[in-house]
Design a protein around this ligand. Structure first.
Ligand SMILES: Cc1cc2nc3c(=O)[nH]c(=O)nc-3n(C[C@H](O)[C@H](O)[C@H](O)COP(=O)(O)OP(=O)(O)OC[C@H]3O[C@@H](n4cnc5c(N)ncnc54)[C@H](O)[C@@H]3O)c2cc1C
Length: 423
């Protein structure tokens, strides 16, 4: 039996990817009508919007991840397999992995996106990305490790490189990281490392375009700039990174920044699978879909979430890579397939839920249609929206308590540099 999945009289739906889109689809599809196989590289769901809090020692990984088997444990005719799918043959309707092949009746591609280095090897080699919980943990350890090394070192140049942090990319992730780091510099480092002069620590935020948060309205960009500037973050606008060598970040202006810790928050691109190349969009890695989430080249192949390139009148460049898009497409497609007559179908209609980013303690920006909010109210809204979307009651409670504790005590309790055992 391939993948140890029994044959069934019901059509088999295979979902590749248990992120926002795959998880939601699995939760909504009718298991009386289909046999469902959910496949992910990891055995857990990851809540990516809070990765930066794991990296900043604010939350434990287990608070923002959820085991897939636990969530779906009582569902009949649902099979979860933790493995990487390496190739798809959409004509013969087979998926391939190192553990064998499996045939499907309907295939849902929900593989999300990956860090985009725009083809530059030196960016990939010399920076730390933030696209998985393990990368968030790696970043947390790097920050803590470099602080420890800075205490031990007397060489001024090395000390500067160990203390400085450069974030490349001024979108929501870059802004959130910069804000959290500046709070760490102000409230935590002076207490934990009294023998380090935290004033020497520089946090640089490098943005290629002329404003931060450039996917949001201009008011949000101005507010983020003002807040971060006041918090001591050094912001470089219209600054493209041209090269990174020997802990030096070279900007298009000719300026050189010195840092051992360079965080890459400058964008993502689709994470497709071999065999699907002919459905990729012009930009390269996303899969072009119709208004019905179908991949038109092949029958019974669908793509949802970040991997799907769906152009609409409001979004001629394609829907944004956001959790609400993934969740809404998943719900739409599951309902479509649950119908007794799948031929009666209305196209997918994205309901824009607005955008938000937190800048720091009591500071956030929020836009919904033409409404713009900032400051404490936007921050509270940000907190509650994120808690609402987290999976698992335990996670919601733990995150809430952590944030409350942090708010009252100006402290994050998780600064442990736990290293994996080598050999
Ligand atoms: C740091 C960060 C912050 C973000 N903040 C926000 C935010 O504040 N608000 C917002 O709306 N969105 C935010 N996003 C974007 C949001 O997380 C994505 O839009 C969303 O995760 C897309 O869901 P998805 O299901 O398409 O992909 P994902 O959630 O990425 O899930 C894809 C899954 O597919 C699995 N997979 C991939 N390839 C394979 C394979 N070959 N075989 C098996 N499994 C595979 C992966 O392991 C993963 O679990 C953020 C993203 C990041 C990285």
């Amino acid at each position: 039996m391939p993948f140890n999945i029994p044959e069934s009289n019901k059509p088999r739906i295979v979902i590749i990817g248990g992120g926002f889109a795959g998880f939601k689809f699995t939760n909504q599809i009718d298991l009386n009508k289909y046999q469902v196989v959910l496949i992910d590289k990891n055995n857990y769901f990851q809540f990516q919007p809070l990765f930066y809090q794991v990296a900043m020692s604010g939350l434990e990984p287990s608070s923002i991840c959820f085991p897939l088997r636990k969530y779906f444990r009582n569902k009949k005719d649902l099979y979860i397999r933790s493995m990487e799918i390496l190739e798809v043959d959409p004509i013969k309707k087979i998926i391939f992995s190192n553990s064998g092949n499996l045939n499907y009746d309907k295939l849902i591609i929900a593989t999300g996106s990956q860090t985009n280095y725009y083809g530059n090897e030196s960016f990939q080699k010399n920076t730390i990305p933030l696209k998985s919980v393990s990368e968030a943990l790696y970043l947390r350890n790097s920050i803590l490790e470099d602080l420890e090394q800075a205490v031990l070192n007397n060489d001024d140049t090395l000390k500067e490189q160990l203390l400085n942090i450069v974030i490349i990319g001024g979108g929501p992730t870059g802004v959130e990281l910069a804000g959290a780091l500046s709070e760490m510099k102000k409230h935590i480092i002076p207490k934990d490392y009294p023998d380090l002069n935290s004033d020497k620590m520089q946090i640089h935020l490098v943005q290629a375009s002329s404003r931060l948060l450039d996917s949001m309205m201009e008011k949000a960009s101005i507010k983020a700039y003002q807040d971060l500037n006041r918090m001591g973050v050094i912001i470089h606008l219209n600054a493209k990174v041209t090269d990174i060598q020997n802990n030096q970040i070279i900007l298009s202006s000719g300026s050189v920044l010195e840092s051992k810790k360079i965080i890459w928050a400058a964008g993502v691109t689709g994470l497709s699978i071999k065999g699907l190349e002919s459905a990729h969009d012009a930009a390269g890695n996303k899969i072009t879909v119709t208004d019905f989430c179908e991949v038109s080249q092949w029958k019974d192949v669908y793509a949802i979430g970040d991997i799907a390139s769906m152009k609409t009148k409001e979004f001629p460049q394609g829907l944004p890579g956001l959790a609400p898009v993934a969740l809404q497409q998943a719900t739409y497609l599951a309902h479509l397939m649950n119908q007794s007559n799948e031929q009666i179908k209305k196209p997918f209609n994205y309901v824009d839920k607005g955008a938000m980013a937190t800048i720091g303690r009591s500071k956030a920006v929020l836009q919904y249609k033409s409404v713009f909010l900032s400051g404490f109210i936007a921050w509270i809204a940000w907190l509650f929206v994120h808690i609402y979307y987290l999976i698992g009651v335990r996670n919601k409670v733990i995150v809430f308590i952590n944030w409350l504790w942090n708010y009252i005590k100006y402290d994050q309790a998780l600064r442990l540099n736990i290293k994996p055992k080598v050999s």
